[in-house]
Design a protein around this ligand. Sequence first.
Ligand SMILES: [Fe+2]
Length: 180
Amino acid sequence: MLSNKIKNALNEQIQKEAYASNVYLTLATWSEERNLDGIAEYFYAASNDEREHMLELYKYLNTYGGSAHLKPLKDTTVKQKNLLEVFKYVFDLEHEVTVSINKLAKLTYEESDFATFKFLEAFVLEQQQSEKSVNDLIDMIKRVGYDEKNLFYLNKTFKKNEERKAQGLPPVVGSEPDKD
Ligand SMILES: [Fe+2]
């Protein structure tokens, strides 16, 4: 069974995943308001991913003697003015989650809760992947540029990448915008 310390830490992580899910929804709105439907799709999917992480932790906590509880979330607002700023903000958000997952994994190790340590392994690896893929997107945005014309192509590339993801294919993050 889980120690109280681990139960509390898992509950804290649940809040963070839920908050990330909400931030991504806010960024989907930011994109829709600028007619960037492909980029909005990316954020809707990212929001779903975070909700799934939240649910996984939620169920794990409830299964092993804890009492999962989602607190009211702090408001999410987007002050970022352009797509590069938005994705730098996304990187910071993901990095915060990485730091917090690593702290949680460290705690489970110190407490000799190796089952939870093992359970968290997928989250640790997922964060490593998330940071890398957001970083790749930042590189792409920097190379392509994000003025009106380039946003049109970036939007198409994001849309195409969501289709590729559905087919189990890796994203395209090349330096040239997709012009199909
Ligand atoms: Fe997550």
